[in-house]
Design a protein around this ligand. Structure first.
Ligand SMILES: Nc1ncnc2c1ncn2[C@@H]1O[C@H](COP(=O)(O)OP(=O)(O)OP(=O)(O)O)[C@@H](O)[C@H]1O
Ligand SMILES: [Mg+2]
Length: 411
């Protein structure tokens, strides 16, 4: 039985999640308009896919989103950092479906817009899970997935007793506000824990974990449509530095058992949580076993290789999914690919003089995000394709080194 037959579509009669209606292609005559909340690099790459599909895209950007105004034709500039329901509602009303560039929009606002009939995808209930690490851990553990050992802590004494039980250092993740490793704190002792509780009390509770000896990390993207159709992308291997993803390679070198188990977990999660759009599932591998680290219900940094390496990119499939269109094949179309993030090494990094040399590296594709460089800020990425992962990784690293002013040998 196909997934479509097993899973009832989200708008079928009597379904548990009624909500706003998905797009009915047999009733519309004009191409739908997709709204994107947030104007960062994910919005940029979603927009590139929207153009190819002939879909209108409007963005609702913050004053801090520098690049979006340069390329979006239709842009609403949020008047302040605190996005208010009336402003977002005014924007959402002009769109047939609204999706997200980031998870910083309050799920309460999204729920309110859903009540007013706006098609918000992912939905408020999916966002509630992803925006709060503590809720996410608890839900994943109720669903029975293998997770890192953890405790939800509200106080220093609870945290200290966790540290004494599992051994220091421990890892503390405030339930909200973290991304790119900025919400991951390695804590050595009670004094450090106390300082963190004092400085980040507005992000309580904290998810507290032992610092695990990770053998490797990987990720699987699932994509699920409003029709219930669900596909997964081949697993990728990810490499992080200081909690931030630096490199992604595919195919991963994990065993067939591991990749198949990870694939099934991602597919089950997308279906169980009724996610619409991309769901990225990040995994730790510890002692040969998969542990689910975290979920993100949107196009994801670990899926950027899909642009050059897979039949359909994560961005195009995200759009197809939220618009209820058939999903495109997720298969690899090259033997191997590698992505390396371009992370600014100073507040004044200038890649422009290095652009010609970087572009002379054959089989490497450059994606610049037009962001003002700040030390440790992700300002772009490079994906290379090749006959082997080693070769692809070498090309992508070389291109990033050139752009960073570190490698000026001939491309
Ligand atoms: N318990 C742990 N033990 C060891 N390393 C960890 C642990 N938790 C997190 N890390 C490292 O920190 C990275 C970031 O952690 P996590 O994914 O929880 O944070 P994040 O800031 O939400 O990241 P993202 O950029 O994916 O949003 C992980 O990919 C891993 O490399
Ligand atoms: Mg992560």
């Amino acid at each position: 039985m196909s997934i479509q037959q097993e899973r009832r579509p989200l708008d079928s009669e009597g379904l548990s999640t009624p909500g706003p209606k998905p797009i009915e292609w047999n009733k519309i005559t004009k191409m739908p308009t997709v709204g994107i909340l947030g104007g960062g690099q994910l919005a940029q790459m979603l927009y590139q896919s929207a153009i190819s599909l002939g879909i209108e895209a409007h963005v609702f950007a913050s004053v801090t989103d520098e690049a979006a105004p340069k390329y979006f034709r239709d842009i609403t500039k949020a008047s302040s950092e605190s996005w208010t329901p009336p402003e977002i509602y005014h924007f959402a009303q002009k769109c047939d479906a609204v999706t997200f560039d980031h998870e910083l929009v309050s799920p309460n606002i999204v729920r309110e817009l859903e009540k007013r009939g706006c098609l918000m995808l992912p939905t408020a209930s999916t966002l509630e899970l992803s925006a709060n690490k503590a809720n996410q851990r608890q839900r994943l553990s109720q669903l029975g997935y293998a997770l890192p050992p953890y405790q939800i802590c509200n106080s220093v004494p609870e945290t200290v007793s966790f540290g004494e039980r599992y051994g220091w250092p421990i890892v503390i993740k405030p339930s909200t506000g973290g991304y790119d490793g900025r919400g991951v704190f390695i804590i050595e002792n009670e004094a450090e824990a106390t300082t963190l509780f004092n400085t980040l009390s507005s992000h309580l509770p904290f998810v507290v974990e032992p610092k695990l000896a990770l053998e490797a990390e990987g990720s699987v993207l699932a994509v699920r449509s409003t029709t219930g159709e669900c596909l997964t992308y081949p697993m990728v291997k990810t490499m992080q530095v200081d909690g931030m993803c630096r490199e992604v390679t595919c195919p991963s070198d994990f065993s067939d058992e591991v990749t198949e188990e990870a694939r099934k977990i991602a597919e089950n999660l997308a279906n169980e949580l009724e996610v619409v759009g991309i769901l990225a599932v990040e995994f730790f591998i510890v002692g040969g076993k998969l542990l689910v680290n975290e979920l993100a219900p949107r196009p994801h940094n670990t899926g950027h290789t899909t642009i050059e390496a897979n039949m359909t990119s994560q961005f195009e499939n995200h759009l197809r999914a939220i618009l209820g269109l058939p999903l495109g094949s997720t298969e690899l179309r090259v033997p191997a690919a590698a992505m390396v993030n371009l992370i600014s090494n100073s507040n004044s990094q200038n890649v422009i003089p290095y652009l010609p040399l970087a572009l002379s590296v054959k089989k490497a594709s450059l994606h610049l995000y037009s962001k003002t460089p700040r030390k440790n800020r992700k300002i772009g990425h490079v994906t290379a394709t090749a006959n082997s992962v080693a070769e692809a990784l070498e090309l992508a690293r070389k291109t990033v080194d050139i752009l960073s002013g570190l490698d000026i040998s001939e491309g």
